[in-house]
Write a protein that binds this ligand. Sequence first.
Ligand code: ADP
Ligand code: MG
Length: 535
Amino acid sequence: MGGIPVLILKEGTQRSKGRDAQSANITAARAVAAAVRTTLGPKGMDKMLVDSMGDVVITGDGATILKEMDIEHPAAKMVVEVAKTQDEEVGDGTTTAVILAGELLAKAEELFDQGVHPTVVVKGYRLAEDKSREILGSLAKDVSPEQEDILMNIATTSIKGGEDHSVKMKLAEIAVRAVKAVVDYTDGRRVDPKEIKIEKIEGGSTEDSELVLGVVIDKERANTNMPRKVKDARILLINRALEIKKTEIKSKIDITTPEQMTQFLDQEENILRETVRRIESIGANVVLCQKGIDEVAEYYLARSDILAVKNISESDMEKLARAANAKVVNDLDAASSGDLGSAGLVEEKKRAEKKFIFVSECSNPKSVTVLLHGGAKHVVESADIIFNDAVRVVGAVMEDGKYVTGGGAPEVELALRLREYAASLTGREQLAVYKFAEAIDIIPKTLAENGGLDSLDMLIRLRSQHEKDNRDAGLDVYTGSVVNMAERGIIEPLRVKIQAINSATEAASMILRIDDVIAAGREKMPEMLPGGGGY
Ligand code: ADP
Ligand code: MG
């Protein structure tokens, strides 16, 4: 035939097809997994992340690390998505999910080399994923909200090593108490982590952290002549400024004499005095304002023994409204006592040399705030990451009531059972299920490796225990011995394990199905603009 080739793509387009495209994608995706591999487990290493502003975060949390890395390759970005999904869904198990995705891809390449078609691999992986869900479900144990020791263990397992033991216990204890305080029992058990407000405080040690039943805001009284403490608070939440907007003074006046000036100021003062009278008349003794408060208004508020706070953030206003059961008022003239909220106590208190407003003994007991202390900014930041994970895992078991053991125990058991399952299959998918089981082994192997142990030797010892039906046999990374993880209290929510397998399989399958990469020629970015986004 010959003839002139027909060009259907724009000049500058790069295209790779078939195995080339697949290999390149797999290599890029595996590189992401390799980047977080050394952080897995209690003996995993931390990474120090320095952003373009020079701010430092030290963490071993997979999701945080990947969020901060500027990853460009599209297939690699799909693996970063795995971490993001895992983080959003369950808050823990991100490194596990990413490592697993990388290994599923590595095993898929081995299958390609044996001539297995990608669609067969994807199908086999899908079968294995479904089976994993079933197997893990059968391994899970039940927990009730009253079993605080178990909830504590769930929390401490999610808090990685490196932390001081007492810090770990303190954060775990606060996480458990905070979650228990916010559980909503109306439809099963629901935990919304957003109900737990976190105030990060630079100063003091992390052990000074505390749980406050109520809302704490990072603000002080508008004026020191106001009461520091108000009992039986009747709270007015207002989202407009207690100031005079120039437009509110109707008639435009030309001030030419000092008398006129005084008159003008008197007029302003009268309006503000009226405003405060109005506030008093509806019965408020605490005013929490989203905007500014004029000094004159502050003066009258103080004279009326009203505690007022200004410039409160909108999100805090929402929390306060929920906690005190108040309506946020915009128009004072239309406001009534029915709009006021209530709290047993509103008080300005100091923490680490900083003043805070504590709104406690609220009408809604589900409002809690955690004051997270740390000696330096990066200490508070990493405590925050750790604490959030702890809240998420305790929340997950509170909702589901199911947990599994950790330390590689469920993975070793799962791999064994998947091999049995594979043996029951016919056709080429069987090969993919075997490879899936092999891929799962990466978790106990990496835990061992990061613990400085011989991974193959450990895997063999673990397997032999599981073959004797010791389902909870896992790896004590500190001593290098195989122990009963349930007895050790190394336990994790079932949901974390299932979600990790789910998101890893999904990402791997998506990458494996691609056999053609068509990339448009890049527009040249002007030098001044920062390149690409974070993820
Ligand atoms: P991820 O981001 O996947 O949660 P982690 O670094 O938190 O990664 O490590 C989680 C793994 O470490 C899980 O497999 C968990 O069972 C295991 N693990 C946690 N604590 C221990 C422990 N004390 N001994 C052995 N394994 C542990
Ligand atoms: Mg973890």
